[in-house]
Ligand binder design. Structure first.
Ligand code: OGA
Ligand code: NI
Length: 638
C-alpha cells in the first residue's frame, strides 16, 4: 500500500515522528529562508523541500531535445521608427504570443546598467545583515514590501529552494521609507523603466490582436505592477527539489530579468525547454488573465526553475496585474468582445480579479489546492494504517460487498458515516488535477445548436464546422435542439431513479455480473479489477442490435427505456453523419462501416457520499466505444 515511487512515504515508516506542519513552522519562524539553511551549511535538504518524483521527471531527458526548440528573440529596435518596421515587430509579437507564450526582447529600452544594478540590489538585500533582513520577513498580504521563503509554504505539497521579496509598485508605490535601504533607489528606478516598457507591450499586444493600441490599457490592464526579487541559493541536493515549481503566472504578463546562471524551463509542446540567459535581454511571458481575455489566442505557458548545486541565481519578475487589496480588483474580466465571432465563441466565463487571485493563492504554485492537499494527508494516514492492520483482506471485502447485492445504495441506506476501505482511492488519483491551471477550469464546454441541421445546406455546413472544431479541440460538446423531447429525458432520469430505489429484494433479482444477460445491475462493473471502487451503482442494457425481451426488464422502467433508446438511436445516427462529414467523408461513411449497429444504455446512480474527498463517483477513464451520448440530471460532478 505504501507508494514506493514516493520517497517520502517510504521514509515515513522509518521516521514516524515527521511532523510536516511543525517543520514548516520552524523553518518559517527562523525568518532566514533557504539562504539561512545554506549559510548554516546543510548538506542534505530538509524533508519539507523534497518534491514528489513525478514533479521532477524529464529533467534529464530534456536537454537533448531542447536544442530543437528555442524561445523566439525579438528586437525592438526601430519600434517607433516607421509603420512598416513596427508592423513587422507586431507580426513577430503575435506569432510568439500564439505559439510560445514566451519571448526574449533585446533593444527594449531599459539600459544595461539599470538591469545590472537591479540584480545587484536583489543580491544586496539577501546578503545584508540577517537581523535587518528579518525585519522584512512577513506573510501579511497588506504589506507593500515583504520578504519570505515560499509564499505558498503551507499550501504547496513541497517547498521550493528559493527566497523571494515582493513589492507592489503600482498603482501606488510604497513610501520609500518602507523599502529596504540596500535596494531602495534601484528598485524605484528599475520599476519606472519596467512600467514604461510594460505599457509599450500592452500597445503591441493590442495591435497584435487587431485592436486599437490603447485597448488593453483602457481596460485597466496596465494599472498594477508587482515586482518579485528571487534568490535561489546553491542547493546541495538539486535532484530532489525545484527552485520554482511548475506554474503559469497570475495577471496579464510578466517581464523577467535573470542573471547568467540559467535554470528556467518552459513547457513547450509537452517538453521542458531551457531558456538560456541572453545578455541584455528581458523575457516576456503571457500570463493567465491575458490568455483569458484574448479567448486563448495568446497562451499562458507553464514554466519552472530547476535547483542547481551552484548559486545563487537571481531573477526579478515584474507582474502586470492589479493587486489583491486594491479597489480595482472588483473589475470583471472576460473574453474581449471584439475578438469574438460565431466561429470564435467565448471559451471562458467572466471573473473578477479578486476571485481570480483568491483562487490562485489558495492553490499554491503547482496548482494543488489546499483541499486536495488535506485530503491527501488523510489518505496518507490510511496508508500508514495499512501497516498496522495486516488483516485487511481486500478481496474478501469486495466479495462481501458484492454478495450483499445492494450496492452503494445499500450502504447509504444502512447509514454508513465512513466509506469502506475498498472505495478509498490513492491520493494521486484524487489530485491529478495538479497540472491543470486555474484558467482552464473557467472554460466553457462548447454548446452546439443543431436545430437547423435539416435546413439549408449553409446551415448544415455551419453546424458541421462547429462539430469538427469541438471534436478536435474539446472531445466533449453539449447539444441543444437535438429533437429529443424534454419530457422523455425527464422520464428517463426518473426511470433510472425508480429502478435504483425500488424494493431491494426485487432489485437483487437483477444483480449480476453475467455478461450474457441483456439487462442487469451491479455496483462497479470492474469491482474486482480496479484499484479502488467507485461510489456508484449502475444498470446496463443492450438495446441494439437486438433489444431485450420486455420480460427481462423491470416494470418500473421498461417503457421509458425502450422509448428513450429509440430517440437516442435516431440522434446517434445523425451524430454519425455529422462526424463523417466533419471528417470530410460522405455522410454515411461511419454508418456503412457498421459503427452504428450497437447501443448500450447504462443508468448510473450516485448516492450521496459521507467522505467525498476520499473516493470518486467515476474514476478517470475514456469511453470504450465510438461515442457516447450522456444525459445528466442537475447535480453536477462530471
Ligand atoms: C515567477 C517565475 C522565474 C525565475 O516569478 O513567476 O516564474 O526565473 N520566475 O525566477
Ligand atoms: Ni512564473
Amino acid at each position: 500500500m505504501v507508494v514506493t515511487s514516493n520517497g517520502e512515504e517510504v521514509q515515513a515508516q522509518v521516521n514516524p515522528k515527521y511532523d510536516r506542519k511543525s517543520e514548516l513552522k520552524d523553518f518559517d519562524d527562523s525568518k532566514t529562508g533557504v539562504k539561512g539553511l545554506v549559510d548554516a551549511g546543510v548538506s542534505k535538504i530538509p524533508r519539507i523541500f523534497i518534491c514528489e518524483k513525478n514533479q521532477l521527471d524529464n529533467i534529464s531527458t530534456t536537454s537533448s531535445v531542447a536544442s530543437q526548440f528555442s524561445v523566439p528573440i525579438l528586437d525592438f529596435e526601430g519600434l517607433d521608427g516607421g509603420a512598416a518596421q513596427r508592423g513587422k515587430i507586431i507580426e513577430k509579437v503575435r506569432d510568439a504570443c500564439e505559439k510560445w507564450g514566451f519571448f526574449q526582447v533585446v533593444n527594449h529600452g531599459i539600459p544595461g546598467n539599470v538591469m545590472g544594478d537591479m540584480i545587484d540590489g536583489v543580491r544586496r538585500f539577501y546578503e545584508q545583515d540577517t537581523e535587518v533582513k528579518k525585519g522584512f520577513y512577513s506573510r501579511d498580504a497588506t504589506r507593500k514590501f515583504k520578504y519570505n521563503s515560499n509564499f505558498d509554504l503551507y499550501e504547496a505539497p513541497a517547498a521550493n529552494w528559493r527566497d523571494t521579496f515582493a513589492c507592489v509598485m503600482a498603482p501606488q508605490s510604497p513610501d520609500p521609507q518602507e523599502l529596504p535601504a540596500v535596494c531602495r533607489d534601484i528598485l524605484i528606478e528599475y520599476s519606472k523603466h519596467v512600467m514604461r516598457l510594460g505599457l509599450k507591450l500592452f500597445e503591441l499586444f493590442s495591435e497584435a490582436l487587431g485592436l486599437n493600441p490603447n485597448h488593453l490599457k483602457d481596460m485597466d490592464c496596465g494599472e498594477g505592477l508587482l515586482v518579485l526579487g528571487h534568490y535561489y541559493p546553491a542547493c546541495p541536493e538539486p535532484d530532489l527539489t525545484l527552485g520554482t515549481s511548475n506554474h503559469a503566472d497570475s495577471g496579464f504578463f510578466t517581464i523577467l530579468l535573470q542573471d547568467q546562471m540559467g535554470g528556467l524551463q518552459i513547457l513547450h509542446e509537452n517538453q521542458w525547454v531551457d531558456v538560456p540567459p541572453l545578455p541584455g535581454a528581458l523575457l516576456v511571458n503571457i500570463a493567465d488573465l491575458l490568455q483569458l481575455i484574448t479567448n486563448d489566442k495568446f497562451k499562458s505557458v507553464n514554466h519552472r526553475v530547476l535547483a542547481k548545486n551552484v548559486g545563487p541565481r537571481i531573477s526579478v519578475a515584474s507582474f502586470f496585474r492589479t493587486h489583491n487589496h486594491e479597489g480595482v480588483t472588483m473589475r470583471v474580466y472576460g473574453p474581449i468582445k471584439e475578438l469574438l465571432s460565431e466561429e470564435n465563441p467565448p471559451v471562458y466565463k467572466e471573473i473578477t480579479v479578486k476571485e481570480y487571485l483568491t483562487q490562485y493563492y489558495k492553490q499554491g504554485l503547482d496548482g494543488t489546492s489546499k483541499k486536495r492537499h488535506n485530503s491527501s494527508q488523510k489518505s496518507n494516514g490510511i496508508e500508514e494504517e495499512a501497516q498496522f492492520k495486516p488483516e485487511y483482506d481486500r478481496k474478501s471485502e469486495l466479495k462481501a460487498f458484492d454478495d450483499s447485492q445492494t450496492g452503494i445504495k445499500g450502504l447509504v441506506h444502512a447509514g454508513v458515516t465512513k466509506i469502506p476501505r475498498i472505495f478509498i482511492h490513492e491520493k494521486s488519483q484524487l489530485s491529478d488535477t495538479s497540472t491543470t491551471s486555474f484558467v482552464a477550469s473557467l472554460r466553457n464546454v462548447p454548446i452546439i445548436d443543431i436545430e437547423g441541421i435539416h435546413g439549408s445546406s449553409a446551415q448544415r455546413i455551419e453546424i458541421i464546422k462547429k462539430v469538427k472544431d469541438a471534436c478536435e479541440k474539446w472531445v466533449f460538446f453539449q447539444v441543444v435542439n437535438h429533437g429529443i423531447p424534454t419530457c422523455i429525458m425527464d422520464d428517463m432520469i426518473d426511470g433510472v431513479q425508480r429502478f435504483h430505489e425500488q424494493d431491494t429484494e426485487v432489485k437483487k433479482g437483477f444483480y449480476s455480473r453475467d455478461k450474457m444477460r441483456k439487462f442487469l445491475c451491479n455496483s462497479n462493473c470492474d469491482l474486482y479489477e480496479s484499484l479502488a471502487a467507485n461510489w456508484r451503482d449502475s444498470f446496463y442494457c443492450n438495446t441494439a442490435p437486438q433489444p431485450p425481451d420486455p420480460q427481462e426488464l423491470l416494470d418500473e422502467c421498461r417503457d421509458i427505456l425502450a422509448e428513450y433508446s429509440k430517440h437516442i438511436m435516431r440522434l446517434g445516427l445523425l451524430v454519425f453523419e455529422l462526424l463523417s462529414e466533419a471528417l470530410g467523408l460522405n455522410p454515411d461513411h461511419l454508418k456503412d462501416m457498421g459503427c452504428a449497429e450497437g447501443l448500450y444504455v447504462i443508468g448510473h446512480y450516485y448516492p450521496a457520499c459521507p467522505e467525498p474527498d476520499l473516493t470518486l463517483g467515476t474514476s478517470n477513464h475514456a469511453d470504450n466505444c465510438f461515442f457516447t451520448i450522456l444525459l445528466q440530471d442537475q447535480m453536477g460532478g462530471l
